[in-house]
Design a protein around this ligand. Structure first.
Ligand code: HEM
Length: 357
């Protein structure tokens, strides 16, 4: 089945071809799915394109090159500090802290925010798991309050010269006007809030697969020294166990998707994890084949909303993996505990115990 209908009427699109069709046709499948402004995620059409044109350059290669040094220092310190010979949780013990510290370095935010953000990632995962609106609203407000602490003083007293990425964002214009406070907060929320949790989950699925399969670990070690080949391995590990499960769309016209009738106004989800394991495209979805599978990999989405943060996520994940490979001779699973799978809407491992030697 390339699509199914949930009890609440949401059409879950799971087939690879069908997911591609939906995300490549934003006129029929709008991203305007939320009551809250989310820039650029819930925008459509020209407005969406105008914001992407302003925001995408923040992830350009020259920008990423300046971040490699800070990311490596953070990764080297965190990996060196991890215990050897006993289990550590790759998600909470490494992924979350790395994601937060790398993000603070990228945006130029003060280190004092680290503990608040680490706590926020854990609370956000719990609230998301609970599905309770009151809890998710509370953590969303707490995050806006953290962003406000950074943005308000800068808006009140702008720097003469931009000191960092956050200052630059405050000066941006779209269609000849400055971004509103609400838009700035929303961009920063989408650059940070979503990324912190998903990057930590990515660290979990990557290290867990290396620890679980000596052949994959050996292949990753053989690719160390060739960044493009190591990136391909990382993308393939994320495809096999994609922690970023799905995104939403709303139909603007009557249509049919994967055999399911869809009426205008219906809700859909594009299920990246299922599409990334669709046997029609990946006959043996568990097979680890970085180069063979790369062309069909949907971990970072497709179409006009394709992830703009991919270069940043790829850089951060590669540098962390390089440091893990350089500072260990072996990764193994914990014989005492298999770990705990995350629960929808999160994917991957909630906790991924691995033993570093
Ligand atoms: C950690 C691994 C990451 C994964 C697996 C991931 C995955 C995705 C996917 C599948 C989409 C498509 C959403 C859709 O079609 O509705 C997306 C969009 C987006 N991602 Fe990522 N992402 C990651 C990291 C990041 C990072 C590091 C950033 C920024 C710092 C980022 C910012 C965004 C934004 C702003 C969008 C919305 C783009 C738009 O609507 O035009 N992501 N991401």
């Amino acid at each position: 089945m390339a699509a199914t209908i949930d009890e609440d009427g949401t059409v879950r699109v799971t087939g690879h071809a069908e997911v591609l069709r939906v995300v490549r046709d934003p006129q029929t499948f709008s991203s305007d799915v939320s009551r809250f402004l989310q820039v650029p995620n819930t925008l459509d059409g020209e407005e969406h394109a105008a914001f992407r044109a302003v925001l995408d350059p923040y992830f350009a290669p020259d920008r990423m090159a300046t971040l490699a040094g800070p990311c490596r220092r953070i990764a080297a310190r965190l990996v060196a500090e991890l215990p050897r010979g006993r289990a550590v949780d790759a998600v909470s013990g490494l992924g979350v802290r790395y994601a937060v510290e790398a993000m603070l370095a990228w945006l130029g935010w003060p280190a004092e925010l680290e503990e608040d953000l680490v706590r926020w990632v854990a609370d956000n995962a719990e609230a998301t798991r609970s599905g309770e609106l009151a809890r998710t609203t509370e953590v969303a407000q707490r995050f806006d309050e953290i962003i406000g602490r950074v943005v308000e003083p800068r808006l009140a007293d702008p720097a003469t010269q931009p000191r960092d990425v956050t200052d630059e964002l405050l000066r941006e214009t779209v269609d000849g006007r400055h971004l509103s406070r609400e838009e700035i907060v929303s961009v920063l929320r989408n650059w940070t809030g979503g990324d912190l949790g998903s990057l930590a989950l990515c660290v979990g699925v990557i290290l867990h697969q290396l620890a679980a399969d000596p052949a994959i670990e050996a292949d990753a070690r053989a690719r160390r020294g060739d960044p493009a080949r190591l990136d391909a391995a990382i993308d393939e590990l994320l495809r096999r166990d994609d922690p970023f499960l799905s995104n939403r769309r709303v139909a603007t016209a009557d249509t049919v998707v994967g055999g399911c009738p869809v009426t205008a106004g219906s809700r859909l989800t594009v299920e990246w994890t299922d599409a990334n394991r669709d046997p029609a495209v990946f006959p043996d979805p568990d097979r680890y084949a970085p180069e063979t599978h790369a062309h069909a990999n949907l971990v970072y989405g497709a179409g006009p909303h394709v992830c703009p943060g991919r270069p940043l996520a790829t850089l951060e994940l590669r540098i962390l993996l390089e440091e893990v490979l350089d500072r260990t001779t072996d990764l193994a699973l914990d014989p005492e505990s298999r770990g705990e799978r995350a629960v929808r809407p999160l994917g991957g491992w909630a906790s991924a115990p691995v033993i570093l030697t």
